[in-house]
Design a protein around this ligand. Structure first.
Ligand code: AVI
Length: 328
């Protein structure tokens, strides 16, 4: 039976509640960064992308704007569905879409996002700018929605996972996620995936500690969201943002640290914080080119072509399925 919008919302809130309880009653405490993106979080992330310290977006924009023709060539001449996981406002992929649309005005684009807001906006905005472009937005979890694209069209697919979103998984989770993506792909399908590369450590740390405090607000906003949607009583003034970068492992991690010993009510739970106790909020893993190759191999892909920005701070890599991969 089809669920109504209200029932779906209730299920989503229930999952959110369960995940938050699990994270805040665990040791060490953590929250899942996928919950950053409510409407306020989306807006703060847009602001982060414009801060002088957050170089990632500018690097990837440079790649897509300067190399759209080369990328489109590498995707091959056989028609395909372009599927994008987490497109945001599609401002980066727009360059590629424009080039693909120039070649085939009937190009099909399937943006997948958990946010209905984003999908609705793209469905309206893109066909107005690129006439004839077929936009089929899919709202839900990436893998679930990826499965459904085959019902719409039997063409091969090119999946885009840009913006260094793969970095928001630990390296072990990244292998698992890429394997799950691979399970949904067939010979001839391609994956275009973005990695933020290892570089001078201070540059990386600064990107997650901008001078205007937008990244701080982005992290604290999740506590505000928990208050609003789950009825908790976090005092956000009693937490501070603490980003770290470990140049040995490439792990850039953000924490919210409790300024004081305090108790927070969350449903029937009382969450106790010690003074200086951290909540682990997010990982933004940085990769060497070699580490991207290792990830590809571990997940059953083969890198076909790398696209770099001028400074070589970022790469979008095209992966195809490797032939001799045994599904685990
Ligand atoms: C979405 N993701 C790739 C961003 C990143 O760089 O890890 C999220 C972000 N968190 C803080 N600043 C940006």
């Amino acid at each position: 039976m089809m669920k109504t919008a209200t029932a779906l919302q209730q299920t989503a809130t229930q999952h959110f509640y369960e995940d938050v309880v699990k994270g805040l009653t665990g040791t060490p405490k953590y929250l899942q960064s996928k919950y950053f993106y409510d409407a306020a979080g989306d807006a703060l992330f847009q602001q982060i992308m414009h801060t002088p310290e957050y170089y990632l977006t500018r690097c990837e924009l440079e790649i897509l704007s300067a190399q759209a023709v080369a990328i489109a060539d590498a995707l091959g001449a056989t028609p395909f569905n372009l599927v994008e996981l987490g497109p945001g406002d599609a401002s980066k992929s727009f360059y590629l879409l424009k080039e693909l649309h120039r070649r085939h005005p009937e190009q099909a684009y399937f943006p997948i996002d958990i946010s209905e807001n984003i999908i609705t906006q793209l469905q309206h905005a893109l066909p107005a700018r690129l006439q004839g472009l077929q936009v089929q937005g899919l709202c839900g979890e990436y893998i679930d929605m990826l499965k459904t694209t085959a019902y719409f069209s039997p063409r091969r697919k090119v999946v885009m996972f840009m913006g260094a979103s793969i970095g928001n998984f630990t390296p072990e989770e990244a292998v698992k996620f890429c394997r799950r993506l691979r399970e949904q792909m067939n010979p001839g399908d391609l994956l275009l995936i973005g990695f933020d590369l290892r570089k001078q450590p201070q540059m990386i740390l600064d990107a997650y500690n901008d001078g205007q405090g937008v990244t701080r607000d982005f992290n604290l906003n999740l506590l505000t969201r928990i208050n609003r949607e789950l009825g908790a009583d976090f005092d956000i003034n009693q937490f501070h943002h603490f980003p770290t970068y470990d140049p040995l492992t490439g792990a850039c991690k953000s924490y919210l640290v409790s300024n004081t010993a305090q108790e927070v009510l969350l449903g029937e739970h009382v969450i106790r914080f010690r003074k200086d106790e951290p909540i682990f909020m997010e990982i933004s893993q940085k990769y060497s080119v070699d580490e991207t190759r290792q990830l590809a191999a571990a997940a059953g892909f083969r890198p076909v072509q790398h696209f770099f920005d001028n400074k070589r701070w970022f790469t979008d890599v095209l992966w195809e399925l490797s032939q001799n991969h045994n599904a685990l």
